[in-house]
Design a protein around this ligand. Structure first.
Ligand code: PGA
Length: 249
């Protein structure tokens, strides 16, 4: 059985003070949640406040990106060991906004994923197609290319420690959630690539999250699909009641 993960991606929202206020309201709302891992991936400057606020709770904290070097002359960057040192357990890698606006490629996704694993973090590796790619029938080709370039270079041991997030770019921040069937189809395709490369057991154990306009009122339908192992939630993770509604689907 794969344990679901509900992960919030705060993107570039909230200050440290707002972070503390969020967890004061949020933690009591999810105190009984045993069925899923719960994580918040916050902006770098909010991480100390988030880690402090969640001490002694089951909620894990993550970054939204990391550099692939341990340290060095990389102005403006943050490394895996730095995230780990501050108490992070997770890190998002290869989010479509990083691919779109910051030059992320499948090659750098693989480097960052390995760096995250080396630092003892759980990378949440994002893949997903653009609207034009879906409309031209190329969704599975795109996912396969992203898998081959960004994930398939991992050893079986490394692969066993990652989480994959399927995030169709046309569904992110648009309110246009993929139907559970569309999402499940993509998850099946991804699990197929996992199986072809790493074998059936490894593929069956892989948690594949869905992301893109997940809300409290659509999470149940998504989670009813056996292929969907949780959510990567942007906008709806910013407000305690809303994210708790998703965690407690
Ligand atoms: P959204 O973002 O839930 O606001 O669509 C999801 C994501 O980008 O991870």
């Amino acid at each position: 059985m794969r344990k679901p993960i509900m992960a919030g991606n705060w993107k570039m929202f909230k200050t440290p003070v707002e972070t503390t206020a969020f967890f004061e309201k949020f933690l009591p709302l999810v105190a009984e949640a045993q069925h899923a891992e719960v994580a918040i991936c916050a902006p770098f400057i909010d991480l100390p406040a988030a880690v402090a606020a969640t001490q002694g709770s089951k909620v894990g904290i993550g970054g939204q990106n990391l550099h692939w070097a341990k340290d060095g002359a990389f102005t403006g960057e943050i490394s895996g060991p730095m995230l780990r040192a501050i108490g992070c357990q997770y890190v998002i890698v290869g989010h479509s906004e990083r691919r779109q606006f910051f030059g992320e490629t499948d090659e750098t996704v693989l480097k960052r994923t390995i760096a995250a694993l080396d630092a003892g973090l759980t990378p949440i590796v994002c893949v997903g197609e653009l609207l034009a790619e879906r409309e031209s029938g190329r969704t599975n080709d795109v996912l396969k290319t992203q898998f081959d370039g960004g994930i398939a270079g991992l050893t079986p041991e490394q692969f066993a420690r990652i989480v994959i997030a399927y995030e169709p770019v046309w569904a992110i921040g648009t309110g246009k959630v993929a139907t559970p069937e569309i999402a499940a189809d993509a998850h099946r395709a991804l699990r197929g690539y996992c199986e072809a490369h790493y074998g059936r057991d490894a593929a069956q154990a892989m948690r594949i999250l869905y992301g893109g306009s997940v809300k409290p009122d659509n999470i149940k339908g998504l989670m009813a699909q056996p292929e969907i192992d949780g959510g990567l939630v942007g906008g709806a993770s910013l407000e305690p009641n809303s994210f708790a509604g998703i965690v407690n689907f």
